[in-house]
Design a protein. Structure first.
Length: 280
């Protein structure tokens, strides 16, 4: 009996230590995400004097001067509209192109399948600055320069590899027997996909769309190079805030972050569903 207790005691203590490490890791990860956002919020809602003072206050002054400046700044609302438009088109295009490619990779065996998967990954191997000049020349010749659709095509190119690989994993996790059962009940391949497979992978497709949205929303290099009059919000803020005071830079960062957070919060239930977490 004494030996059993001696063996069990280290096991219990090891389990408690593992729980402490797990909790500490979760707290550290949450702090890593929340603390910068909180300080961004505080400095956005503080006066210029408070932003430049030290030590910092942990309670905002609720001074809306910086946000009011941006609300009335010429071109701000147009840049915000362009960002939403480009991000929306990027989401749609990446799913429309990436989901069928992921389905084909999952369900069909064809010559060069592995090579195709490798080529999908290699599209991310070319840095965007290297392609800036050829893209600019091509867009000028085709009339896509300084347009939301042309910029959405570039952002879609950046998002498609992830969309293909994510949807490929989703389709691979669904047994093909479900589709075969639908075929025996009179469904075509398309109706079996829309009625059986699509509802099962909808959370994952939504997560892929969110990823495409975030890529498009944060991308600044292509928007700065390929647009002049129709710049997105990141490119507009980069141009505007180059020599701006510190409190305006915090306000610009706040304006850039908040719409993306609102969008992700609005579709959070699909992210939870993808991981099997119930959301009430």
């Amino acid at each position: 009996m004494t030996d059993a207790v001696a063996i069990a005691a280290p096991t219990v203590s090891t389990r408690k230590a593992g729980n402490y490490v797990y909790v500490a890791s979760i707290v550290l990860l949450c702090a890593w995400v929340i603390v910068p956002l909180y300080f961004l919020f505080i400095n956005t809602l503080s006066s210029p004097e408070a932003v430049n003072s030290f030590p910092k206050s942990f309670i905002p002054e609720f001074d809306l001067g910086s946000l009011t400046f941006f609300a009335g700044f010429n071109g701000m609302l147009t840049a915000l509209k362009n960002s939403v438009l480009v991000a929306g088109m990027t989401m749609v295009l990446s799913i429309v192109i990436g989901a069928p490619a992921g389905y084909a990779l999952s369900r069909f065996d064809f010559r060069g399948k592995e090579v195709f998967r490798m080529l999908v990954l290699l599209t991310r191997a070319f840095p965007l600055p290297l392609l800036a000049l050829p893209l600019a020349v091509l867009f000028i010749r085709t009339g896509l320069d300084d347009t939301a659709f042309g910029l959405a095509l570039v952002h879609t190119t950046l998002a498609i590899p992830f969309a293909v690989l994510i949807t490929f994993s989703l389709f691979s996790g669904i047994p093909v027997e479900l589709e075969e059962a639908a075929w025996t009940l009179g469904c075509t391949r398309f109706t079996a996909f829309t009625k059986v497979i699509l509802p099962l992978i909808l959370p994952g497709i939504t997560a892929s769309a969110i990823f495409a949205f975030v890529i498009s929303w944060n991308e600044v290099f292509a928007a700065a190079v390929l647009t002049i009059e129709n710049r997105t919000l990141p490119a507009f803020l980069l141009q505007t805030l180059g020599e701006a005071p510190l409190h305006l830079k915090f306000a610009g960062g706040f304006i850039l972050v908040v719409p993306a957070l609102i969008f992700i919060f609005a579709v959070r239930k699909y992210l939870f569903a993808m991981w099997g977490i119930a959301n009430r």
